[in-house]
Design a protein. Structure first.
Length: 360
């Protein structure tokens, strides 16, 4: 019986030695005073030390650890390599070992996470750089937008004065300058609208301002957007369908204006002239109101859907159509500010449907 027990102990010791000799992780046993009573042979591979240099000593005396060891929770520390100036990052977990409810020793398992930690630090640096670039970009956009407002206002005033002068000048009427001034004013209003949208979204991104809500009739708001933002010729291409005459939601008129102006403008822009039929469908339910803007234009490639709401993104299929690539990003940001969801259904050369779901 004794011989059998001794045999089992020997076999267990051999098995333990076999495991620890081939284990990549580092196994350490500490006594109650945290002196090392056992360390696995992998210490030579990881840190360059022989076993006799370590056993009986404390961790901080050998590996130049800067922080005290923690019990019961993961900890990442730098361990000094014997033959190199650098420190190796090891993640350790130390657990107490009890025998008959009495503390016997401490068991630690250490794992090499140097590559992981290097990648994490590199990622943190990249994220910090990206954040800095984003902040600089936001400041640049905001500053440029503010700077543009003053000359735009001056040009607008000058155009109004020119229009007044032309009305008083009989000769000028014959050379049709009024028509050219109207075109200039239309483009000026468009540019002003772009600047306003840039300022709106940048202000929200920078300051996270609270949105002021009011009770609004969504049917009336959409009708006003179409009447105020589009020419009579374009209005004839837009149909609005709703089963109810009035639908009220808690929302913000300015943000709604930006959402529907951009969606309808995009639908008109990316539809072929002979097929420019835009449908706006308003569908109320108990908890939300869905508004769909449907066109029969060029459609969206499936691979581009994820990038579609990125600011300044323009599809390769739209190079012949003028634009800045900010309309849909404004739609997305305004919808987010209103806790609304945006979804897309599209087929190439068959058209697209953008649906905004507003909470009631």
């Amino acid at each position: 019986m004794l011989r059998l027990i001794n045999s089992n102990i020997i076999e267990s010791a051999k098995l333990f030695e076999l495991i620890t000799n081939h284990l990549k992780d580092l196994i350490i046993l500490f006594d109650k005073q945290f002196s090392i009573i056992y360390i696995s042979p992998s210490v030579k591979r990881l840190l360059g030390y022989e076993l006799f240099e370590i056993v009986g000593k404390k961790m901080e005396h050998i590996f130049a650890i800067d922080e005290p060891l923690l019990i019961g929770e993961p900890q990442i520390l730098g361990y000094q390599h014997k033959h190199r100036d650098e420190k190796l990052m090891l993640e350790s977990l130390i657990k107490p070992v009890f025998l008959n409810e009495n503390l016997e020793c401490y068991l630690a398992i250490l794992r090499d996470v140097d590559i992981r930690e290097s990648l994490r630090k590199e990622l943190e640096r990249a994220l910090k750089k990206e954040k800095s670039l984003t902040e600089h970009k936001s400041k640049l956009i905001s500053m440029a937008s503010h700077e543009m407002k003053s000359p735009l206002a001056t040009i607008s005033s000058s155009l109004e004065l020119l229009s007044i002068y032309l009305q008083e000048d009989e000769h000028a009427k014959f050379i049709s300058l009024e028509r050219h001034i109207e075109k200039m004013q239309t483009q000026l209003d468009r540019l002003n609208s772009i600047v306003d949208e840039l300022l709106l979204t940048e202000k929200n991104n920078s300051y996270h301002q609270a949105v002021i809500l009011e009770r609004l009739d969504l049917v009336k708001v959409i009708g006003s957007v179409i009447k105020e933002s589009f020419s009579e010729a374009d209005q004839k291409k837009i149909s609005v369908k709703c089963i109810e005459a009035e639908i009220y939601i808690d929302s913000n008129k300015i943000l709604l204006h930006h959402i529907f102006k951009n969606l309808i403008e995009n639908a008109l822009k990316y539809s072929k002239p002979e097929k420019s039929k835009i449908q706006v469908l308003i569908e109320p339910s108990k908890s939300q109101v869905d508004v769909s803007v449907k066109d029969n234009g060029i459609g969206i490639h499936p691979l581009e859907k994820d990038k579609l709401f990125d600011r300044f993104y323009r599809s390769n299929r739209t190079t012949e159509i003028t634009g800045f690539g900010i309309g849909l990003s404004v739609v997305k940001e305004c919808a987010t500010m209103l806790d609304a969801r945006v979804s897309i259904k599209s087929s190439i050369d068959k058209g697209s449907t953008f649906k905004i779901s507003f909470p009631k």
